[in-house]
Design a protein around this ligand. Structure first.
Ligand SMILES: Nc1ncnc2c1ncn2[C@@H]1O[C@H](COP(=O)(O)OP(=O)(O)OP(=O)(O)O)[C@@H](O)[C@H]1O
Ligand SMILES: [Mg+2]
Length: 264
């Protein structure tokens, strides 16, 4: 299963959601790969730690193989680096992704990620792709390559507009490039149960037939702490309420039974 986490709006939770779901997936026994396609390298730093930038063989190096810079077919597992968390690997991003983007585009390399993911699926049970906050070459390549899309939604009215634009983009991608792509879930993030607006916005999405996942993620400082510690929540704070909510998002995706969420 190959899942892309995308919303062109910045700061809605793409990195937090992709990394934490990938970490739960690995902890649950699946060989899991997180591919970081954002030049900000946030997922790479979260999961690989402060020395993430020392890694050779990044996602940029992977794409460079198609520009004739290495002159050979890439050995894909070589771009996937193990983390300290069992069964969880990362294909790290690099700022170089920005330098080569235009050439990749002009030389029509948009399907290369899709081909690679078909190969990588033989090595990994689950693949999560974190994307940049823009519909650029990399996010488009990921939407073309993935089986499904998870859309983080941070419950404000601007996000609602971004979401409807994205639903239109998905229809176009399905029509032109990837007919099997489906919106697996809208992941409600930074949910405030005390306020009226978030509940109203979510109700509207549901009314419009969008697949809002029934386990919402609250806002919690634990998430920032876990990112500072370079430790996904399932390891940093396994019994925290937000961790339980993440596990339930994961359970919904995997068709598992939901667990009760407590204030532990
Ligand atoms: N549930 C949450 N509770 C508290 N803070 C959160 C939560 N979700 C995200 N954040 C914080 O919001 C900020 C943006 O989150 P994140 O980096 O996951 O978003 P993003 O969509 O990947 O951003 P970008 O578009 O820049 O890549 C981060 O500082 C993160 O710690
Ligand atoms: Mg991000």
């Amino acid at each position: 299963m190959k899942r892309v986490v995308f919303n062109q709006k910045g700061g809605v939770g793409k990195t937090s959601i992709s990394c934490n779901l990938a970490a739960i997936s690995a902890q649950q026994g699946y060989k899991t790969l997180l591919i970081d396609l954002d030049t900000q390298c946030n997922s790479s730093e979260y999961l690989l730690g402060p020395h993430y930038a020392d890694k050779n063989n990044t996602a940029a190096d992977f794409f460079k193989t198609f520009l004739g810079m290495f002159g050979r077919k890439p050995y894909l597992p070589g771009f996937c680096h193990p983390t300290q968390y069992g069964r969880l690997s990362v294909m790290p991003a690099s700022p170089e992704l920005a330098t080569i983007e235009r050439e990749l585009e002009s030389r029509h390399k948009i399907y290369k990620l899709r081909e690679a993911l078909t190969d990588l699926s033989k090595h990994y049970d689950r693949i999560y792709i974190d994307t940049p906050p823009a519909l650029n070459f990399y996010s488009s390549a990921a939407l073309i390559a993935a089986d499904s899309l998870l859309i983080p939604f941070d419950c404000d009215s601007f996000s609602r507009q971004a979401l409807y634009n994205l639903v239109n983009t998905v229809s176009e991608i399905r029509e032109d490039h990837n007919e099997d792509l489906f919106i697996e879930g809208i992941v409600v993030n930074q949910f405030n149960p005390q306020a009226k607006l978030p509940a109203d916005l979510i109700a509207q999405l549901v009314e419009d037939g969008l697949p809002v996942l029934g386990s919402y993620l609250n806002a919690s400082v634990k998430l920032k702490e876990s990112r500072e510690a370079h430790m996904p929540l399932i390891h940093f704070a396994p019994s925290h309420k937000l961790t339980q909510q993440f596990v339930n998002v994961y359970n919904l995706l995997e068709g598992n039974e939901l667990q009760p969420v407590t204030d532990a």
